[in-house]
Write a protein that binds this ligand. Structure first.
Ligand SMILES: NC(=O)C1=CN([C@@H]2O[C@H](COP(=O)(O)OP(=O)(O)OC[C@H]3O[C@@H](n4cnc5c(N)ncnc54)[C@H](OP(=O)(O)O)[C@@H]3O)[C@@H](O)[C@H]2O)[C@@H](O)CC1
Ligand SMILES: Nc1ncnc2c1ncn2[C@@H]1O[C@H](COP(=O)(O)OP(=O)(O)O)[C@@H](O)[C@H]1O
Ligand SMILES: [K+]
Length: 515
């Protein structure tokens, strides 16, 4: 697990290294500039003509040092100083003085520059010190840089991207490669920041571990080493050791979602998978997935105790329960959801139509309109202790009765609102899924746009259910499930292409990920 930082936390790491450890700021800057040049030299040649665009903060100081090192290495390089000279930090002033002593070409006015004469641009306008919308001459130069056809390298973070949220503050540079220092910033992972960042290189500029550890961040990401937290399997075991996942899914003659979730739960290692679905789906599911136990009910007899008892029994015997994929929002689906919520004692995943039913129900109560906190609190009191919600952003907007764009603009804040005061685990599905539990937040970096295809959410639900059935704690199962699901999507995309990828390919690719 790697931690991610926001701008305040990164500034604290900088300050710790400089003030407490005593590493001079200019040493860190020199290391940073050398790392940028290393990354550039792997990608450009001596024929390139480079313009480094510098602001007046320390990001601009990095840029000036980059220009000087490139010059020392024999590159053709000029500087455009977009920042005000009298606003420069001490370090940046020093870098400018050195550059001037070397008689480097330093432009102060963009109108005098023939941008077409350059083949490579370096963006050193703003780093983590950006704190407001970009306007005026900064906005103009970013527009010119984004119309440029050559390579664009960003120093630390593309100028204009908020390191805290990944949001574009007015306008932002679109880089091909970003060289960041010490540790990934949240804004480089979240969209649209991730698109502007291009390829992200995290480079070591000499922050001592004690400086990095001095800052506590509640945001993290996984890499492949985290696969070690998969539930262990023993040679001396039987299917009873790996739990029973009960998937309450599907509606009359709509069996696909149930099939995908159930199969994914099996492929993730659940000992037994039981599908609870309307009788109409019996024949097809028995044929498609004979390994699953089937419990079917008659939708028009759900008022009868005997019919309800089937569902209650299934739910009572579960180690993990899924409710929602493909159940629809009919009266029968509502009744089934009621029965499940009333009788569930084990960890539960509330997905898809189940979330829509809850949203519609809450809309009927004036006190719950436009009141995300009250809605979440109400929900947290109606579900088992270890419940995971798996909405995509539109479903979440409906559940919270909140504007979709507001949620997109503040993903982490919205996640915190939902989980800070409850025991819920929230999986906010998107191109970068965020998982939140209490104050802890996880940003998922696996997966690809091929997964934007019908049914891939049902597969995710099954994967998480498979992990829950094997005894993982809900919040851990949610994070690992999201990560594995994305990795499987990446394997599948390699084999089939992002265009052709289908949800069932993700299930088949789980095998390669879990090997
Ligand atoms: N020693 C260290 O700490 C190390 C730091 N390092 C590097 O320093 C970077 C951080 O440097 P930083 O803190 O100086 O801030 P930075 O990102 O350059 O920008 C601040 C400047 O921009 C201005 N400004 C802000 N918003 C604006 C806007 N919208 N429109 C216009 N102006 C705006 C703001 O001016 P003001 O607010 O005063 O008007 C100020 O002048 C970091 O990302 C890394 O690259 C590395 O060398 C490693 C060691
Ligand atoms: N561009 C993308 N990059 C990574 N993952 C994606 C992308 N688009 C979709 N996904 C993932 O695919 C799944 C889609 O789920 P969902 O929206 O519920 O679809 P469905 O209802 O069709 O099953 C989520 O896990 C989401 O994170
Ligand atoms: K930058």
């Amino acid at each position: 697990m790697k931690k991610l930082v926001n701008s305040t936390q990164m500034k604290e790491i900088d300050a710790f290294a400089i003030d407490k450890v005593g590493i001079p700021s200019l040493v860190l800057m020199e290391n940073a500039a050398n790392q940028v040049v290393n990354a550039m030299e792997e990608r450009i040649s001596k024929e390139d003509i480079i313009l480094v665009v510098c602001g007046s903060g320390n990001n601009g100081g990095d840029g000036l040092a980059v220009a000087r090192i490139l010059l020392n290495h024999g590159f053709q390089v000029d500087v455009y100083l977009v920042g005000e000279r009298d606003k420069m930090t001490e370090e940046t002033k020093k870098q400018l003085e050195i550059a001037e002593n070397l008689d480097m070409v330093i432009w102060d006015d963009a109108n005098e520059i023939n941008f077409k004469s350059y083949t490579v641009l370096v963006d050193a306008i703003f780093g983590i010190g950006l704190d407001r919308e970009v306007t005026g001459k900064h906005e103009k130069i970013i527009a010119i840089m984004n119309a440029f056809h050559g390579y664009v390298f960003a120093v630390d973070i593309p100028s204009g991207i908020s390191a805290d949220s990944g949001q574009v503050l007015g306008t932002a540079v679109r880089a091909d490669v970003t060289i960041t220092f010490g540790i990934e910033k949240i804004g480089q992972l979240l969209y649209p920041g991730s698109l502007h960042t291009g390829k992200l290189i995290v480079s070591d500029i000499g922050f001592p571990p004690v400086a990095v550890e001095s800052v506590s961040s509640n945001v993290s990401m996984y890499d492949e080493t985290d696969l070690f937290s998969l539930p262990r399997r023993s040679a001396y075991s039987n299917k009873g050791n790996y739990g029973r996942a009960v998937i309450v899914a599907g509606s009359a003659n709509m069996s696909g979602a149930a099939y995908l979730s159930a199969k994914a739960a099996y492929r993730t290692g659940a000992g037994l998978v039981q599908i609870v679905t309307p009788e109409e789906n019996r024949a097809i599911l028995q044929t498609q997935l004979p390994e699953a136990i089937l419990t079917t009910y008659y939708t028009d007899s759900l008022a009868e105790e005997a019919e309800q008892e089937k569902i209650i029994q299934a739910v009572s015997g579960a180690d993990a329960i899924v409710i929602g994929p493909g159940i629809g929002t009919s009266d029968a689906a509502r009744k089934v959801l009621d029965l499940v919520l009333y009788n569930a004692k084990s960890p539960l995943i509330l997905d898809a139509d189940a979330l829509t039913i809850v949203s519609e129900l809450y809309n009927k109560f004036p006190l719950l309109r436009n009141n995300p906190c009250a809605r979440i609190s109400e929900l947290a009191h109606s579900v088992p202790k270890d419940t995971i919600l798996t909405p995509h952003l539109k479903e979440l907007a409906r559940l919270l009765d909140k504007n979709l764009d507001e949620i997109k603009g503040n993903l982490l804040g919205t996640a915190a609102l939902c989980t800070a005061d409850s025991n819920l685990t929230l999986v906010m599905k998107d191109a970068r899924t965020v998982v939140s539990h209490h104050e802890e937040q996880y940003i998922n970096a696996s997966g690809n746009n091929g997964m934007a295809t019908g049914g891939s959410g049902d597969v995710l639900t099954g994967v998480i259910a498979g992990l829950l059935a094997q005894g993982m704690v809900a919040s851990e199962a949610a994070k690992l499930g999201v990560y594995i699901h994305g990795l499987a999507g990446d394997v599948a995309a390699k084999e089939k292409s992002e265009y052709s990828l289908m949800a069932s390919d993700i299930i088949e690719a789980l095998t390669a990920v879990l090997k």
